[in-house]
Write a new protein. Structure first.
Length: 230
């Protein structure tokens, strides 16, 4: 069972994102490098002639839906924000795409997924629930499933005014309209420790935020991690 502290973190994050969506802010539209990483991932699957169903964890407004469909895959997005899901459904243009309003930890589909993408969920949950996260990812996947993960790197130079150090990995960002966003930074050893038992890390790509993205995000560094289930 999830600890009260971890549950409170999820509730605060929920409020943070709901307020952002209510104000019409597409959180990840401000960081162009994430889109490039996702498109590269889908292209690599096409090059290998791999097709199937993709799960987008914390999908927001389902910005990954159209490129997934164009690559010949079916798309399922999940998000716990009602406002995000409403906007996502408005954006869907293909019957091969669906979006579900649910808590990731309570999501129990009848099928597993050939590819999973997490571009903003793991970085916002407390470390106490990492074992539950790994267990749920395992439940939703099968041997040879691909996972594309995006996390903020300890190599970042700043994070909206905060500077991570080797001893400081966690920050609480106050939301402008309410809610606090828990955020955690990672290094490669963290990921190997978390995923190594069940997943093989195929590639880790460090990408710094460039000038095309929002100014207050510049200086951040992402780790884009491709994994395959053993």
């Amino acid at each position: 069972m999830m600890e009260k502290r971890s549950q409170k973190t999820l509730e605060d994050n929920h409020a943070y994102f709901d307020n952002a969506y209510a104000e019409g802010v597409d959180i990840w539209n401000r960081v162009k490098e994430r889109d490039a990483a996702f498109l590269s991932f889908m292209q690599s699957l096409r090059n290998k002639k791999e097709y199937g169903n993709l799960l987008d964890i914390g999908c927001g407004v389902a910005r990954h839906a159209d490129p997934t469909i164009r690559a010949g895959w079916s798309y399922t997005g999940i998000d716990y924000s009602h406002l995000a899901v409403e906007k996502a459904i408005e954006n869907l243009s293909d019957e091969q795409a669906s979006v579900i309003e649910t808590n990731f930890f309570m999501f129990n589909p009848e099928k597993t997924f050939d590819a999973l993408v997490d571009f903003g969920f793991l970085i916002h949950i407390s470390k106490e629930v990492y074992p539950e996260y790994i267990a749920k990812i395992g439940q939703l996947s099968h041997p040879k499933s691909q996972l594309l993960l995006s996390v903020w790197s300890m190599g970042s130079k700043q994070m909206y005014g905060f500077t991570p150090t080797t001893s400081t990995r966690d920050f609480i960002l106050p939301g402008p309209g309410g809610g606090n966003l828990y955020t955690r930074f990672f290094d490669e050893e963290d990921l190997i420790h978390m995923f190594g038992a069940q997943w093989e890390i195929s590639n880790i790509n460090r990408v710094s935020i460039g000038e095309e993205s929002a100014k207050d995000a510049q200086g951040l560094e992402f780790l884009f991690v491709t994994l395959q289930k053993k």
